[in-house]
Ligand binder design. Structure first.
Ligand code: ADP
Ligand code: MG
Length: 272
């Protein structure tokens, strides 16, 4: 029997698809590394076009949750849908359903991820970095990929840096290239894991501006960040995670201005 939940006919007893307007739907998502339980039942939904900001103390499971969405980690219990597709789930005590490798690859093609540490290929020019995946993975022609890369560089304000190498760029410029590189795959969802945490303070703004533009254009984004100003201004929703659970979520202005939980209040008093 197939272990693929998405290939099954309707009525096979598998969890129903979430509504079409949801990009991410998590129901009781758990993730353990050996005996360490990092995610302890995450429930949340990200609508298409929504910008969700995720905040919380170090070690609360924010990166792990992003990595589950992108299938860099497999959940150990619960159900997680991304872009209408069930990424794998396990009923209490039941068997684990998961995607085949090909489906995982297809799924990840639609998700862009930007890390704290930029992760550009150091031996490739900016142009090389941006066209690598479109050419190798999507089989776009080099000419087509280059034209698109130039458009994207224009968009992130780096049209003159196409032939530079990462080491010749500031952190803020490298991160903007990383965003352009992710966008080159035409993702439907962008995940940002503390994209400005490694930057000198004066370089944070230029990266946030690019992210703001993306949000304005309607990109669906999940952004782990400590930039509360960005969360307040750009976020449609704010999630506060602590100890592997969602403690509180809602309108960013409400959560930041009038947190309901003591743990949220204690955290915010340290970062605001
Ligand atoms: P955050 O991003 O909120 O700081 P993380 O998701 O990075 O939190 O980590 C949450 C916990 O999971 C930490 O205790 C971390 O050490 C642990 N963890 C993360 N990845 C792994 C892994 N691959 N193996 C074992 N433990 C991990
Ligand atoms: Mg993290």
């Amino acid at each position: 029997m197939s272990t693929n939940p998405n290939g099954k006919p309707d009525g096979a007893g598998l969890p129903e698809h979430p509504a079409d307007d949801l990009m991410v739907a998590a129901e009781g998502v758990h993730k353990s590394f050996g005996r360490l339980e990092v995610l302890k039942g995450i429930d949340l939904q990200v609508r298409r076009g929504e910008v969700m900001c995720v905040v919380g103390p170090s070690g609360s499971g924010k990166s792990t949750f992003l990595r589950c969405i992108n299938h860099l980690e497999k959940i150990t219990a619960g159900r997680l849908w991304v872009n209408g597709r069930l990424m794998g789930y396990r009923e209490q005590g039941g068997r684990l359903y998961e995607l085949h490798d090909k489906q995982v690859a297809a799924q990840r093609r639609d998700i862009g991820m930007v890390f704290q540490s930029f992760n550009l290929f150091p031996h490739m020019s900016v142009m090389g970095n941006i066209i690598e995946a479109p050419v190798q993975v999507k089989r776009e022609s080099r000419a087509q990929a280059r034209a698109r890369a130039l458009e994207l560089l224009e968009r992130v304000g780096l049209a003159d840096k196409a032939e530079s190498y990462p080491r010749q760029l500031s952190g803020g410029q490298q991160q903007r290239v990383a965003i352009a590189r992710a966008l080159a795959m035409r993702p439907e969802l962008m995940l940002f894991d503390e994209p400005t945490s490694a930057l000198d303070p004066e370089l944070v703004g230029e990266v946030l501006e690019v992210m703001k533009d993306l949000a304005r254009e309607g990109m669906t984004m999940v952004v782990v960040t400590h930039e509360m100003g960005f969360a307040r201004e750009v976020g449609d929703s704010l999630v506060f995670m602590d100890g592997g659970v969602v403690v509180e979520s809602g309108d960013p202005r409400q959560v930041l201005g009038d947190p309901k939980h003591e743990r949220t209040r204690a955290f915010l008093s340290k970062v605001l």
